[in-house]
Design a protein around this ligand. Structure first.
Ligand code: HEC
Length: 210
């Protein structure tokens, strides 16, 4: 047999095998309940690793020491709780009014994300949502001066990992760190003075309605 005939036969055989496999796939459907064949798993694995930025695969370079988690917690109370709530539930004034809503970060959906993925989300934000980009402007960790990324952002990732185990004492602490309006501060100060034996705090005029 001539060589071109052999090549042609091989090509036809491959096409036929491909067509049979495609028919089987279509008949069986793409239900996520069934385990995929190794061909599908292999192809999906390659596609996923091509689509995921290298950042996603990074491990947090900071250890979850009490101090590091605490730093993340302080930062979170100050910058993130307004939308995400101190406990990460998203049950906050701004969070409730947003669509898409901030997810409950204690749930598996968030906790199963890799460290790098959480870092990337915080650094770059989520387009077409209320989630802003935080940290150094480029949001990338490839910069020469920041070979391992922004420390504050990594500590926020540590704190997000800690959310499912957060204690009520920690939540009380965070309340003190939440941003306050001038009016909140003035009221707190009056209350404190009162408790220290000063004048009774002024209440808003009776009958005042919003
Ligand atoms: C103005 C509101 C707002 C602020 C402030 C905010 N976020 Fe978000 N965040 C959102 C919204 C809305 C989403 C959901 C976006 C989406 O649907 O993909 C989100 C999503 C996220 C996610 C992705 C969670 C997941 O499971 O995909 C992370 C992580 C996150 N925020 C961390 C933070 C951190 C850390 C801060 C503070 C430095 C912060 N956010 C501040 C609104 C906010």
């Amino acid at each position: 047999m001539k060589r071109w005939k052999i090549v042609l036969l091989v090509v036809i055989a491959l096409f036929a095998a491909g067509a049979i496999y495609a028919t089987v796939l279509v008949r069986r459907g793409f239900s996520a309940r069934e385990n995929p064949s190794w061909v599908e798993a292999f192809a999906a694995g390659i596609a996923k690793s091509l689509a995921v930025p290298a950042t996603y695969r990074l491990k947090n370079p900071y250890a979850p020491t009490a101090e590091n988690v605490r730093e993340g917690e302080e930062h979170f109370a100050d910058h993130c709780a307004i939308c995400h709530a101190n406990d990460g539930s998203g049950d906050a004034l701004f969070g409730k009014g947003l669509y898409p809503k901030p997810p409950n970060m204690r749930d598996a959906d968030t906790q199963n994300k890799s460290d790098g993925e959480l870092y990337y989300t915080i650094a770059n934000g989520v387009r077409l949502s209320g989630m802003p980009a935080f940290g150094p402007p480029s949001g990338s960790i490839s910069g020469k001066d920041q070979p391992t990324g922004d420390a504050e952002t990594w500590k926020l990732v540590l704190f997000i990992r800690h959310l499912p185990q957060i204690t009520s004492e920690e939540l009380e602490d965070m309340k003190k760190l939440n941003p306050k309006t001038e009016a909140d501060r003035a009221e707190e100060q009056q209350e404190e003075e009162f408790l220290n034996g000063g004048e009774a705090p002024k209440r808003p005029a009776e009958g005042h309605q919003h």
